[in-house]
Ligand binder design. Structure first.
Ligand code: NAP
Length: 307
């Protein structure tokens, strides 16, 4: 007799993982988050799986911080291909990995897990995804840019490390808690010891999140990146007011939203080119797919699924 299959759910939980019933196309990939209902990763990854004729599905899992260890243990035993981690698990999952890659160790956050022979390998694709997004959106490489990052959390750390690795012209980090910006700059100092000379301003700087300091730096950067969650909630102001922005800067808001984010609106008002974070989401997801399946991701299919 044919085994009874379950009906696919929008969001799975730890209880589901503990009492797992496969659906028609088995779920072997997913995203762990809290909240997770908003995640666009399933539509993008499922389109890629279908296109590549890989007979499995990617699902959302609502996993709270105190459930993470159990959930990860279960996907290891159930021989999942892997999972993505999103807020608030990217840092907490570090200690649950068997082999974090170099990027994960330096950034201190993991967004992709691959299960291999019962072992958990950890990767961070945010930085490379960001670099590809910038190339795609503005037709320029990080190495040719003077970059200012707003924030010093997980996303900011991944982006800052990528800028450093690609030898960007300048890097300025500003954050609500200045010490965190300072610490991140200190960690990256070795990358900026080289001789790219740019006149009166330092190649690597942490600055306080204050209007005068930001106003001064805007004249000495090409790209402003928002790596804070400011703009995620309705009613949020732009993390940098329009009066501080200028037409020469490019603005990348890592927040992805169907509507214009407050920063993107402020940038456009200032005459600057600006875009939000859908392209970074796409590229970090494509890189995850490549890690899981060791084959090229169908980028156009994934992009179309996000629109
Ligand atoms: P995180 O680790 O919690 O870091 C948040 C950062 O934002 C910290 O530097 C924090 O400053 C700052 N911050 C938070 N609330 C603030 C406020 N009200 N005012 C000023 N600064 C504030 O978060 P994360 O993982 O880096 O994520 C940040 C954002 O990146 C997310 O909202 C997400 O939209 C975006 N993201 C996008 C992608 C993509 O693919 N497009 C990928 C990853 C992340 P303190 O240090 O002072 O607390």
């Amino acid at each position: 007799m044919k085994k009874k299959r379950a009906v696919a759910k929008e969001v799975y939980t730890l209880a589901d993982l503990k009492d797992w019933h496969d659906v028609d196309r088995p779920i072997r990939l997913g995203v762990f988050g809290d909240p997770v209902a908003h995640s666009l990763s399933p539509q993008m990854q499922n389109a890629a799986l279908k296109h590549c004729k890989i007979d499995m599905q990617y699902a959302r899992f609502h996993i709270s911080p105190n459930e993470l260890r159990d959930a990860i243990d279960l996907i290891r035993k159930m021989e999942f291909v892997g999972v993505n981690l999103t807020i608030p698990h990217k840092v907490a999952a570090l200690e649950l990995l068997d082999t974090p890659d170099e990027n994960v160790k330096r950034v201190g956050a993991v967004n992709v897990i691959k299960v291999e022979g019962g072992k958990l390998r950890g990767f961070n694709t945010d930085g490379r995804g960001f670099a590809r997004a910038i190339r795609e959106e503005f037709s320029v490489d990080l190495r040719d840019l003077r970059v200012m990052i707003l924030g010093a959390g997980g996303a900011a750390r991944a982006i800052a490390l990528q800028c450093a690795k690609e030898n960007c012209e300048r890097l300025v980090i500003t954050n609500r808690s200045f010490e965190k910006a300072q610490k991140l700059a200190d960690e990256l100092r070795d990358f900026f010891a080289g001789p790219k000379v740019l006149g009166p301003v330092a190649r690597l700087q942490a600055i306080p999140s204050e209007e005068a300091a930001i106003r001064f730096q805007i004249g000495h950067v090409d790209l402003v990146v928002n790596a804070t969650p400011i703009g995620l909630n309705r009613g949020d102001q732009s993390p940098i007011p329009s009066r501080l922005l200028a037409p020469h800067v490019m603005v990348y808001d890592t927040i992805y939203s169907a509507e214009r984010t407050p920063l993107v609106s402020a940038a456009i008002e200032a005459g600057a080119r600006a875009t939000s974070g859908l392209s970074m989401l796409l590229h970090q997801g494509a890189l995850a797919f490549e890690i899981w399946f060791q084959r090229e991701a169908p980028l156009d299919v994934m992009r179309k699924a996000l629109l």
